[in-house]
Design a protein around this ligand. Structure first.
Ligand code: NAD
Ligand code: UD1
Length: 350
């Protein structure tokens, strides 16, 4: 299949590109590199020994998106492109709504024009808002607690409406839990801009010495050790879930949501312990107040994905930490290699 990957240079997108190429699919990547670097795609090529077209395009540029569809025989789209920082979405909501929702509307419109009706969309466990109970299954009620979450929820609703208007569509809404880890080669991984918002990149940067200590956001939750519990999933398992979703959508018309998680929750303190074992380094931490908007526990009931997609997460917490550490320790500056830093420094000098 020829698959367009929007946001393919990003963290989850780049890992999915590797899995797709290794399974014999042809891919094209569309990304504006607003939260990624072209080097991630160089690494994807290096890892797979395969080549593919890269379009440096903003999804908001409809004419440019149309050109991609007119130049290629696209059969399906995996839509990762979007902004994802919860705190930032509270500060600049209009930017988030415009980028994530308008970008998706443009994509849908162009897909319809070119008769491409197979879509896999990156949704999030955030659409469950404050869940009534755990584990969370797909039929739980949906809500949002911040603008980022609302973009995901609105896009899910828009895609449902789109299907009602045209029954040719086949859409999988993949609700990711907490993706962490990296490709086992250590060549690609998560490369956040600035101070990381999420736990695993923060722990990794403390371990490498870029940050002095981790602040644990609250130890007074009603969880076994008082710290927040989440369903961490290895990014390579998550990437494989996209292949399974693609295989599924070509067999039906409709919209189906799937939780992609392991079904098991780990606390912040358990994550620190697992990471220390994987890296052999201490992770200094202090207990701080709760982070506004955080919930005590969040983990998936992943049975539907297993039953209907034939997908199940295989990697455990040990692999997740080993691979996160391998990526971080081999690439302390992320994709910004020495070569690039030197190039930049000489540009500044001249
Ligand atoms: P990421 O930021 O690494 O990747 C997103 C990519 O989209 C980036 O390469 C960025 O440059 C690109 N992009 C953003 N806006 C664009 C636009 N207008 N036009 C073209 N490209 C654009 O994020 P990720 O962690 O790989 O997440 C991928 C998707 O999964 C996102 O939609 C995110 O909301 C969703 N998601 C992520 C997580 C997570 O914890 N990482 C959890 C749930 C859902
Ligand atoms: C965050 C997002 C959520 C998104 C999810 C997956 C927020 C409020 N929510 O949720 O929308 O779907 O990531 O990308 O940002 N923690 C610390 N110290 C830190 C960082 C985190 O103790 O420096 C704790 C948190 O309180 C939480 C756990 O670690 O208990 C995981 O945090 P994080 O990685 O940010 O993920 P989520 O809170 O699940």
């Amino acid at each position: 299949m020829t698959i367009l990957i929007t946001g393919g240079a990003g963290y989850i997108g780049s890992h999915t590109c590797v899995e797709l190429l290794n399974s014999g699919h042809d891919i094209l990547v569309l990304d504006n590199f607003s939260n990624s670097r072209p080097e991630s795609l160089d690494r994807v090529k290096e890892l797979t020994n395969k080549s593919f077209k890269i379009y440096k395009i903003d999804l908001l540029d409809k004419a440019a998106v149309e050109k991609v569809f007119s130049e290629n025989e696209i059969e399906a789209v995996i839509h990762f492109a979007g902004l994802k920082a919860v705190g930032e979405s509270v500060e600049i909501p209009v930017h988030y709504y415009h980028n994530n929702i308008t970008g998706t509307l443009i994509l849908i419109d162009v897909m319809q024009k070119y008769n491409v009706f197979n879509l896999v969309f990156s949704s999030s466990a955030t659409v469950y808002g404050i869940p009534q109970q755990v584990p969370i299954s797909e039929e739980f009620s949906l809500s949002a607690t911040n603008p980022y979450g609302r973009t995901k929820l609105m896009i899910e609703e828009i895609l449902n409406d789109v299907y009602v208007s045209n029954n040719n569509w086949s859409i999988a809404l993949l609700r990711y839990f907490n993706p962490i880890g990296a490709h086992e080669s250590g060549l690609i991984g998560e490369d956040p801009n600035g101070l990381p918002n999420n736990l695993m990149p923060f722990i990794s940067q403390v371990s490498i010495g870029k940050l002095s200590e981790l602040k644990v956001f609250g130890n007074d939750y009603t969880t076994p050790d008082g710290t927040g519990v989440r369903d961490y999933i290895h990014v390579v398992d998550l990437a494989k879930g996209h292949l399974k979703a693609l295989e599924k959508i070509v067999t039906f018309n409709g919209v189906e949501a799937y939780n992609l998680g392991t079904g098991k929750g780990y606390s912040v303190l358990e994550m620190i312990d697992a990471f220390e074992k994987a890296s052999g380094r201490k992770v200094p931490y202090v207990i701080g107040p709760r982070r506004p908007g955080d919930i005590a526990e969040c983990f998936a009931k992943p049975d539907k994905a297993e039953r209907e997609l034939g997908w199940k997460a295989e990697k455990g917490i040990k692999d997740m930490c080993i691979d996160s550490w391998k990526w971080q320790s081999q690439n302390p500056e992320g994709f910004q290699t020495n070569e690039h830093r030197n190039k930049y420094a000489s540009t500044l000098k001249s």
